[in-house]
Design a protein around this ligand. Structure first.
Ligand SMILES: Nc1nc2c(ncn2[C@@H]2O[C@H](COP(=O)(O)OP(=O)(O)OP(=O)(O)O)[C@@H](O)[C@H]2O)c(=O)[nH]1
Ligand SMILES: [K+]
Ligand SMILES: [Mg+2]
Length: 351
């Protein structure tokens, strides 16, 4: 086993060119530099300069987009909250929360000021907006369908630069800094973008000389840097193209086929139901129905499963009986870590 991993890494060394070493190292330096640049913003956020909006409901969705793409129009349509909409830019200057009730869940929807290029560096209210985006369960990136693809790329870049990774999963790399013993490097797959030497160079850049590293996936140097730096947020994102009433059929067709994308018109109330369905899917919300009442007791993100049950019942919890698709038998006795699935029925047995 040990031997296989070693021979793999040896073969990779020859694959990676000098240019790539250079680039990998340069990226490590840049990431470090950027992190330092962003330091002051963290402390100012801690002083309460972000928008102070309480988290409520079962999940939080943040509306991110350039000015005047229709974020406020959307909030006013989907929730009972009215947020001023107008044809001039920067109509919205603060964070306005609304609630979408869907399949028994309360989804908090946040209208935010428009952001522009340079937001991450503090242009406009960019930093505050991005700070809120980090706290969301899903980001809706609202785009003006008439404005082309530039906005999408610019916003992706802004979010990327502050460590928000959209529609990406956490790199499957085991990384553990140690007190001594040097750097032990292994991989379970063939690596085409990283090698032991490059990993070592990057780690040295971060002044890490003792660590255990195991690549379980063919990750890039950037992904490895993300793992070292930590504090990255991996977030589902729906790209919503609004104002499709203003573009050609061909264009609508093209945008609708882009990955993670939904086309809508707030003005003509088009495709909003479909957007809600998609949003629900992206939230991966799980409805748990109580046995007694046969209705939705709580909805929670599958990762934070049973979050609300944890909080209110954790001290009294003995075990739970679950009926549904998440168990082998119905009912099955499960503990707090069991993953519920949509429409499962749960009965909690208290101590
Ligand atoms: N044609 C068309 N216009 C729309 C649509 N949705 C919103 N608008 C218009 O776009 C303009 C901007 O809408 P807002 O909701 O204020 O946009 P916003 O993104 O909240 O803007 P800021 O708060 O300034 O960032 C308004 O004049 C809306 O009436 C749509 O689907 N089609
Ligand atoms: K506006
Ligand atoms: Mg607005």
């Amino acid at each position: 086993m040990q031997f296989t991993a070693l021979s793999l890494t040896t073969c990779c060394v020859s694959v990676i060119s000098a240019t790539e070493y250079h680039l990998g190292l340069l990226k490590a330096k840049l990431a470090k530099y950027r992190a330092q640049l962003l330091e002051p913003s963290k402390s100012s956020a801690a002083k309460g300069e972000g928008f102070d909006v309480m988290k409520s409901g079962d999940a939080r969705v943040a509306l991110i987009g350039f000015p005047s793409v229709g974020k406020s129009t959307f909030l006013s349509l989907m929730t009972s909250t009215a947020s001023e909409a107008a044809s001039y830019e920067f109509t919205t200057l603060t964070c306005i929360p609304g609630v979408i009730e869907y399949k028994g869940a309360n989804i908090q929807l946040l209208d935010l000021p428009g952001i522009i290029e340079g937001a991450a560096q503090g242009k406009g209210r960019g930093r505050q907006v991005i700070a809120v985006a980090r706290t969301a369960d899903v980001v809706i990136m609202m785009l003006d369908a008439t404005k082309g693809e530039v906005q999408r790329a610019l916003l992706e870049k802004e979010l990327e630069s502050v460590g928000i990774r959209l529609n990406k999963s956490k790199p499957n790399i085991y990384f553990k800094p140690k007190k001594g013993g040097g750097i032990s490097f292994n991989s379970t797959v063939t690596l085409t973008q990283c090698s032991e030497k490059l990993v070592q160079l990057i780690l040295h850049e971060y002044k890490i000389f003792n660590a255990e590293v195991l690549f379980r996936e063919d990750c890039s140097p950037d992904e490895f840097i993300d793992v070292i730096v930590g504090n990255r947020v991996y977030m589902p994102c729906l790209y919503v193209y609004n104002k499709i009433d203003q573009i050609s059929m061909e264009e609508v067709d093209r945008l609708a086929r882009r990955p993670h994308s939904v086309v809508i018109s707030c003005g003509m109330k088009l495709n909003l139901d479909y957007l809600l369905e998609k949003l629900w899917e992206y939230l991966a919300l799980t409805c748990i129905y109580t046995k007694k009442r046969g209705q939705c007791l709580t909805c929670c993100l599958s990762v934070l499963q049973c979050h609300r049950i944890h909080r209110s019942l954790a001290s009294q919890f003995k075990y739970a009986l679950v009926w549904g698709t998440s168990t082998k038998y119905s009912p099955q006795r499960v503990g707090l870590t069991h993953m519920m699935e949509h429409e499962d029925v749960i009965q909690i047995v208290k101590k």
